[in-house]
Write a protein that binds this ligand. Structure first.
Ligand code: ADP
Ligand code: MG
Length: 679
């Protein structure tokens, strides 16, 4: 990598001392001192004054200024919880809600879940005593269903508003409406970047409270040519920084758990090879499914003489602030859910970030001292290839779940809903059509009884429909298990680089001939058989943490099944019913093996492939249903199960016509042909 030379040429002697000094200062600082050192602290009084005087306030301040952790505490101290009401604070990401609430509980010296708690999907860590509650924006969106006036809150903070997630965008409209008939409710919209004016305009010209930031200069380096393998380039850059640069921690932005794990393993291996020649390098991953004890580690002060390198998803861009970062490595990518309203297909893909994101990332290096940001892309790419801003989620993802929740809230006219930026008309119409096809809406666009039950589940409407369908097909036990396993992503199987063959053999032992949904069920059931054993997971290359989470999710889902009055029953040996129930929810996700040796989606004739990790990768059945599409080199179907086309007429007669399901060539494909062409 070509900026290595730039690194080696620099002496950096004076800076070295500066960095080390500030590091040691930080470690010695007590919680009280740390609180007082935050940029928001001098504004404590004027902030409370502003909140007292205005019902709605836009708060703008750079990331790390203390907005999320401090403002709720200030409000609590100022008496905003004295009437028995709570302060709510939304976060776009689960990890942030958990980590920030843990920090605030620590600062207030209370047990997490008592006075300070968090609530995220499938997990509620609050109690009657909770007065400061952090939650995901999705959780608050759902809370409207049970408490449409947010009566239990005295203040609501919509935090990280600049992230513009789908739920945050919808909350804007909902909370704005509530402030009109609840004059006692205070509303704070808090944002890290320059969108404040826009928020102010939307909220009837609410005043903006600016917290002046402190920022040290950050030098930016680019590569001279594009990097072919940015994970490898990250590893090389990390080691170069470690070898040539003064102490100070490194933050690396990767796109997801798998990539982070790959990078982690590569780094470990290479540092082992280098041996004791270098100072200690502490490698810490951060991503959404990381267990909380591991999350806490990233905030622990780096021991003297060592260097910390944090491998994070874009969660560390603005949601989490890790102190003492001096170096940032930015490959320039993020994982994004994108929805194509023409094809109705949603797909998770790795995309280039925007200039705004790139600048946020760089800014993370300059919080405590002058820093450096290494962009693993060219200056030309930055200038000409990156968009200025990230498109808000509401304009690029499937709105099925959002529309269902809004309908359940009695908001029927979605075209005229008060959106900050309205979603594209086609996307809205498509969501309505999909909900109609799923039976959640009638032809007037009103919520049906089934729709009302579906809205009870905090999931995609298709998953909710699958859960409901398990009633008819008498397999609720199995479907709840499958739903829980699907919701922990594909992270169930552990594949360490040095034991890939063993891991893959272990995985194959779970394979069900009909596909991945049943394979996941097998894994879960065998784990139950092992009495939830850690050892069993270890021996079978299964991630214990993911399994534990699946178990929690399963428990939650079973509780919701009870609420919609579906008995838990088992279909015993027959898996046809299970697959029919899955089809009843996911009939949009059907692909058919075509003559060309690959799969085509039925409605839109898109070419898709079975993911190499699938149980059906070498089987190639004629008709399959998939859980999701992942776009890497090709469009891959992940979690694939064989179905029979005639079921589609049974579960979705209003969506499929017998004609489009006819098989002209009803012979099974010779296995070898398909196998090679699928690669
Ligand atoms: P903002 O919301 O303005 O970006 P925060 O309130 O998140 O700022 O962060 C303020 C400070 O609190 C930062 O110095 C950050 O490192 C620290 N902090 C936040 N969460 C934790 C945690 N879980 N453990 C330790 N420190 C934390
Ligand atoms: Mg924050």
């Amino acid at each position: 990598i070509d900026f290595i030379q730039a690194l080696q040429l620099e002496g950096n002697k004076e800076k070295k001392e500066e960095v080390e000094k500030s590091e040691h200062q930080k470690i010695r600082m007590s919680i009280e001192e740390t609180k007082k050192s935050l940029p928001v602290y001098p504004f404590k009084k004027s902030l409370i004054e502003a909140i007292t005087n205005y019902q709605i306030l836009i708060v703008e301040g750079e990331t790390g200024s203390g907005k999320t952790t401090q403002i709720p505490q200030y409000l609590h101290e100022a008496g905003f919880t004295d009437d028995g009401k709570k302060i709510g604070c939304t976060q776009p990401r689960r990890v942030a809600a958990m980590s920030v609430s843990a920090r605030v509980a620590q600062e207030m010296n209370v047990k997490l879940g008592n006075e300070v708690g968090y609530s995220i999907r499938f997990e509620d860590c609050t109690s009657d005593r909770t007065v400061i509650k952090y939650m995901t924006d999705g959780t608050l969106h759902r809370e409207f269903l049970s408490e449409p006036d947010l009566a239990s809150y005295s203040v609501m903070i919509i935090d990280e508003a600049h992230e513009r997630t789908l739920h945050t965008d919808i909350l804007f409209g909902l909370v704005k409406d509530i402030t009109r008939f609840r004059p006692d409710l205070k509303l704070l919209i808090s944002s890290a970047t320059l969108d404040a004016e826009k928020f102010s305009t939307f909220f009837d010209d609410a005043p903006i409270f600016r917290i002046p930031g402190r920022r040290f200069p950050v030098d930016i380096y680019y590569t001279k040519a594009p990097e072919a393998d940015y994970v490898d380039a990250c590893v090389v850059s990390i080691l170069q920084i470690h070898a040539t640069q003064p102490l100070g921690d490194i933050l690396v932005f990767l796109t997801g758990q798998e990539e982070i794990e790959t990078c982690f393993e590569m780094l470990q291996e290479r540092t082992k090879r280098i041996g004791k020649k270098l100072k200690e390098l502490i490698i810490l991953p951060v991503y959404a499914n990381l267990p909380s004890d591991m999350q806490a580690k990233i905030f622990e002060p780096t021991p003297e003489g060592a260097r910390k390198v944090v491998l994070a998803t874009n969660i560390a861009e603005t949601s989490l602030t890790i102190d003492n970062i001096i170096y940032v490595i930015d490959p320039g990518f993020a994982k994004q859910n994108n929805f194509n309203s023409k094809t109705g297909m949603e797909s998770l893909m790795v995309v280039p970030i925007s200039k705004a994101s790139a600048n946020q990332r760089a800014g993370r290096a300059g919080r405590v001292a002058p820093g450096k940001c290494f962009r693993l892309y060219t200056a030309w790419a930055y200038k000409y290839e990156l968009e200025d801003n990230t498109i808000p989620e509401i304009q690029r993802i499937n709105l099925g779940n959002a529309v269902l929740t809004l309908k359940a809230l009695g908001i029927n006219d979605l075209i005229h809903f008060d959106f900050l930026d309205p979603p594209p008309h086609e996307t809205l119409v498509l969501a309505l059509e999909q909900l109609y096809a799923l039976g959640a809406l009638n032809h007037h666009g009103e919520l049906t009884k089934a729709g009302r039950r579906m809205a009870e589940f905090p999931t995609d409407p298709m998953l909710a429909k699958m859960l409901l369908a398990s009633e008819k097909y008498k397999c609720s036990e199995e479907i709840v298990t499958i739903a829980a396993m699907l919701s922990v992503n594909s992270s169930v199987f552990y594949r360490p680089k040095d034991k890939i063959i063993h891991a893959d053999t272990a995985r194959k032992n779970f394979f069900h001939p009909h596909g991945d949904h049943l394979t996941l069920m097998n894994v879960y059931n065998q784990w139950v058989g092992s009495e939830f054993s850690v050892q069993w997971c270890y021996e079978n290359f299964i991630q214990y943490r993911s399994m534990k989470r699946a178990r929690d999710v399963r428990e939650q889902l079973a509780g919701l099944m009870e609420r919609v009055e579906i008995d838990m029953v088992s279909s015993l040996s027959d898996d046809t019913n299970i697959r029919k129930a899955i089809t009843a929810g996911y009939f949009y996700h059907i692909a058919k093996f075509s003559k060309g040796g690959h799969y085509k989606t039925v409605k839109h004739n898109q070419t898709v492939m079975i993911h190499p990790n699938s149980a059906l990768f070498e089987e190639l059945p004629r008709w399959v249903i998939y859980h999701e599409l992942v776009f890497t080199s090709k469009e891959f179907m992940r979690q694939v199960t064989e179905i029979e086309s005639k079921w589609l007429l049974e579960v979705a007669p209003h969506y499929y016509k017998a004609k489009e399901l006819e098989d002209s060539t009803n012979k099974k494909m010779p296995k070898t042909v398909g196998k090679s062409s699928n690669r």
